[in-house]
Ligand binder design. Sequence first.
Ligand SMILES: [Zn+2]
Length: 167
Amino acid sequence: MHTSTNLASVRSSTLSHWMKVALQKGKQGVQRGERPFGAAIYRLTGEEVAVTCNTVFSTNNPAAHAEVNAITQACQSLGKTKLSDCWLLATAEPCPMCLSTAALAGIRFIAFGATQAVVKEAGYGDLGLTGREFAKQLTTDLILQGPVLGNECVSFLLNNRKRDQLG
Ligand SMILES: [Zn+2]
C-alpha cells in the first residue's frame, strides 16, 4: 500500500508528463467533434490505468465528462471501485460532478491544467462553483494541484472555444 504522503510526492515533471498524455487524448476527442477535455489516471508506480476524453456528444450523455470516463474505465479495468492509489489528471479544473465521482472512487489527488475561469472564458459549462471551492465542501480530503502544464491546457481550451449551443 502506498501512503498518501507518497502519492503526494510525485514529481512535478511526472505530473506534467501524465498531463501531456491526457491533453493528447483531449485533442483526439476534439478531432472527433467532442469538447476539449482530456483526463488520465495513473498509479503512483507510473502505470497508466486510463486515458479518456469527453464523450458527451458521441454517447448523448451529459455526464460523460473526461474525468468520469477515466474513473469508470479505470475501475472497470482494475475490477474494483476504489482508486485510492491513483492520481487523476484533468486538462481543466474538474466540475463538481467529476470531483464527486473522484471522491466516491477514493481518489484524493487530482492535478488539473486550466482553471475553471479559463473553462468559463472558453464558453463551457459553469455550474457556479469551481472545483476548488466545491472540494472544500466535501468531507473527503481532496487535494487539487494546478495548474500543471497550464499554458498548453489553456491554449487547448481557448483554441477550441464553444461554437454552438448544443448544450
Ligand atoms: Zn466534469
